[in-house]
Design a binder for this molecule. Structure first.
Ligand SMILES: [Zn+2]
Length: 185
């Protein structure tokens, strides 16, 4: 898994590409996109409570089915709130959630099970790119040491690499958004 740094930048990039409104303020939209891009990693929680955060990590929450479910769930809420645009809301919300798996596929995964079960529940097969963009995060398998282990010098450089990889993606998305606003003005 990349750190929340990489996932959050991917979420913010996708926010630039949509003209849809979600909440009253743009910062709330940004918070929602960052949350959605990191949501799949909430699967650390049950294992964390049982003493091993990695126990259920990269399971069914890391599937396209979960992204689709999230997209439809959000679209029901936002299309009712703003009137219409169900498909547009479902698509962008599913895409933000799915961006998480895209980044995870390009992670240097050093811990079994390797990769993500993209097509769960149709198949348990896991997918991972042979070429990685994001370095492996060092993290403890014990809940008591988990947060301490994540805050390491190694992971600082992992985060820096994620910024180097994802910042240009965000910059391109911002440029495209600017172009679209100009064209619409
Ligand atoms: Zn993940």
């Amino acid at each position: 898994m990349p750190l929340p740094v990489g996932h959050s930048l991917a979420g913010l990039g996708l926010l630039q590409l949509t003209g849809l409104r979600f909440f009253q303020h743009r910062w709330q939209d940004a918070f929602f996109f960052v949350f959605a891009a990191n949501l799949a990693d909430l699967d650390y929680l049950p294992g964390f409570l049982l003493g091993n955060p990695n126990l259920y990590h990269q399971g069914m929450s890391h599937s396209l089915a979960a992204a689709l479910f999230f997209g439809v769930f959000c679209a029901l809420f936002f299309s009712r709130k703003h009137g219409g645009n169900f498909t547009a809301y479902a698509t962008i919300c599913a895409l933000v959630y799915a961006s998480h798996m895209l980044l995870d596929v390009f992670n240097n995964d050093l811990r079994a099970p390797y990769g993500v079960p993209l097509f769960w529940p149709l198949t348990e097969e896991r997918f991972i790119s042979p070429h990685w963009l994001f370095a492996s995060v060092h993290k403890s398998s014990e809940s008591a040491q988990f947060f301490q282990s994540v805050l390491s010098a190694h992971n600082f450089f992992v985060a820096l690499r994620e910024v180097v990889v994802m910042a240009p993606v965000l910059a391109v998305a911002m440029l495209l958004a600017k172009k679209r606003r100009r064209a619409g003005a």
